[in-house]
Design a protein around this ligand. Sequence first.
Ligand SMILES: [Zn+2]
Length: 341
Amino acid sequence: MSMKEKLENIKAEVQKQVEAADVPEMLNDVRVKFLGKKGELTAVLKGMKDVAAEERPLVGQLVNETRAVIENMLDETKKMMETQLREERLKEEVIDVTLPSKKNKVGHRHPNTIALEEVERIFVGMGYEVMEGPEIEYDEYNFEKLNIPADHPAKDEQDTFYINDEIVLRTQTSPIQARVMEQGKLPIRMIAPGRVFRADEVDATHSPSFHQIEGLLIDKNVSLADLKGTLEIFAKELFGEDTKTKFRPHHFPFTEPSAEMDVSCFKCGGKGCRFCKGEGWIEILGCGMVHPHVLEMCGIDPEEYTGFAFGVGLERIALLKYEIDDMRLLYENDIRFLKQF
Ligand SMILES: [Zn+2]
């Protein structure tokens, strides 16, 4: 068999095998079989030494041409197969772009958190620091240091969860006042938000666990006018520029004098409506001048320093500001309710 015939046979054989291939992997096998190191075309090249010297250039050219034809055949067929496979896959994976998409649910802040950040923004703007204290507190800090001795009636009102005789779940954020005053760094300008606990039954306005924001300012020459001015700015920032404030005398053991502050109803502007139960005013917080005895107990000279304190319920603000009529809604974690804010 002449060299030319051999090459023609190889070409024909390759063509036959390429046509029989139905996946690209099979084409690779064909490539190895004919063009590989031990392939049939390679074997022909190795036989060149037996070819007469004058014929070598021509035969060499023929071998190269054959190799090019085979490579071309393999490449083209491979491309064709891949295109076909891709088309088949696309047909299987038809996507209906008119179908409604799945919406991602993005969470957001709880109304309590929104209200707290609002209060913090207002006081930080007036130069106050935000402080924190332990939720599990010594009875001494929760009561004694706030002028509430063991036999004081205020202690009964705030009966709470005792861990033992000395340790309670704090009933108020006020113990943070004592903790900060004891550090002895004056003046003090702070608010202290936090969770508090009382042995209350759950209803629309009560919960055994809720949040308070305590405020304290201690400096030289602080008077009741400073207290009123500060809380008036707070009320206007929180409920609107037209908000009026009213102070009613009250009693708290750790302040003297003490007051409760009402704000004019931001729904009716003070005329009286369902929201303010016809009063025109809404009770908002308790406050007063820090009792000299409390200052003394915390190592501050009441002759030199005076100050005021206030406490506001965070839930109360959230309920008022977002017009929620039941405190329990804040704790139920019903996403349909929470996502309204
Ligand atoms: Zn009203």
